[in-house]
Design a protein around this ligand. Structure first.
Ligand code: SAM
Ligand code: SF4
Length: 339
């Protein structure tokens, strides 16, 4: 279905009238960690020739920006392990400087941040999300299958020193997050970092039953409210998040609840994988191959038309279901789609 009235002048509008202004662009499916909710122990990755070049990524990003995307999140896999990644940020600093892109940001596991934080700030990045599920080095090593918490802590410190606003992403995990949640809030808010709590989603086979990992945020929120005073904040980000301020710290907690509450009606985002597939919904199988067209002599107009047509097919919403013993709802891992 192509949306009537939609065209370059009115930005990207899907078949349900939702304005899409936010692109998450994955630059690699590879990563230096193997988080237990994201990847299986022995992942196979795409061949290098399947992955968009930095030039192709830049062209695609510019086309989306020309079509009305004003927030761009670089993600992965781990975006900072992509060779030459700073060249992409440098190219994208232009639309930031001329105002056609309102926000350029990234989600990272933090392992490479000590190296990159200053350059990212110079490219016009102002805010980043760093994934940090635990403050315990042993648990961090177990959850990431071998990662170093100290390294991520150094990365967070470097990001803050470079003037970046950091938000911590915490995937809520049964038999773990409950024991640390108060410490995570105190840690984040003492450093003026917001905390984003995320329900685990059934994307890809990770070698364990998702039911054993899943911790509903309704119950975690009740636990938090037993210790801290939470005031709802009517902030909206056009995504699945709801916000509360902690009276004692003044800091924010974001609750991302694809299972306990589904906020697809407000969805303002699409995703492009590192191999150039456009997914208009994180939780559905819809897919449009843009790479094939980027690699033929397709003009910008042809690619923009494909994007518009894909937007017209954007599903109404996801319907994640967690059932013991069920195979993953979607075969693709979060590291493939880009978080
Ligand atoms: N490597 C970077 C990182 O970890 O921040 C960026 C990519 S990662 C796929 C993006 C976000 O997705 C991270 O915050 C991660 O915790 C989250 N994530 C990964 N798998 C998930 C899952 N199955 N359910 C919910 N969140 C997940
Ligand atoms: Fe890597 Fe991020 Fe997935 Fe962890 S969540 S395995 S850091 S891509």
């Amino acid at each position: 279905m192509v949306v009537e009235g939609a065209g370059p002048s009115c930005g990207l509008i899907d078949g349900f009238g939702r304005h899409v202004t936010y692109l998450r662009l994955s630059v690699t499916d590879r990563c230096d960690l193997r988080c237990v909710y994201c990847m299986s122990e022995d992942m196979s990755f795409r061949s290098r020739r399947d992955i968009l070049t930095l030039e192709e990524l830049t062209r695609l990003a510019r086309l989306f920006i020309a079509r009305g995307i004003d927030k761009l999140r670089i993600t992965g896999g781990e975006p900072l392990v992509r060779p030459g990644i700073l060249d992409l940020f440098a190219a994208l600093s232009e639309p930031i400087a001329d105002g056609s892109l309102r926000e350029l940001t990234l989600t990272t596991n933090g392992t490479q941040l000590a190296r990159f934080a200053e350059d990212l700030a110079r490219a016009g990045v102002r805010r980043i999300n760093v994934s940090l599920d635990t403050l315990d080095p042993e648990r961090f090593r177990a959850l990431t299958r071998g990662g170093s918490l100290a390294r991520v802590m150094d990365g967070i410190a470097a990001a803050r020193a470079a003037g970046l606003t950091v938000k911590l992403n915490v995937v809520a995990l049964k038999d773990g997050t409950e024991h640390e949640i108060h410490d995570l809030i105190a840690f984040a808010h003492a450093r003026e970092m917001a905390l984003s709590l995320i329900e685990t989603m059934p994307l890809g086979d990770v070698g364990v039953d998702r039911v054993d990992q899943y911790l509903p945020l309704d119950s975690l929120r009740r636990q938090i409210a037993g210790r801290w005073t939470l005031h709802d904040v009517p902030m909206r980000s056009g995504g699945p998040a709801r916000y509360a301020r902690v009276a004692e710290t003044g800091g924010l907690i974001e609750f991302i609840t694809p299972h306990t509450h589904n906020f697809c009606a407000d969805c303002n985002r699409v995703r492009v994988t590192a191999s150039g597939t456009l997914h208009t919904c994180l939780g559905q199988d819809d897919a449009t191959d843009l790479k094939a067209h980027l690699r033929t002599s397709a003009t910008d107009d042809v690619i923009v038309r494909l994007i518009d047509q894909a937007l017209g097919r954007k599903p109404k919403g996801h319907d994640f279901i967690l059932r013991r013993g069920a195979s993953p709802q979607l075969a693709r891992h979060m590291s493939e789609t880009g978080g």
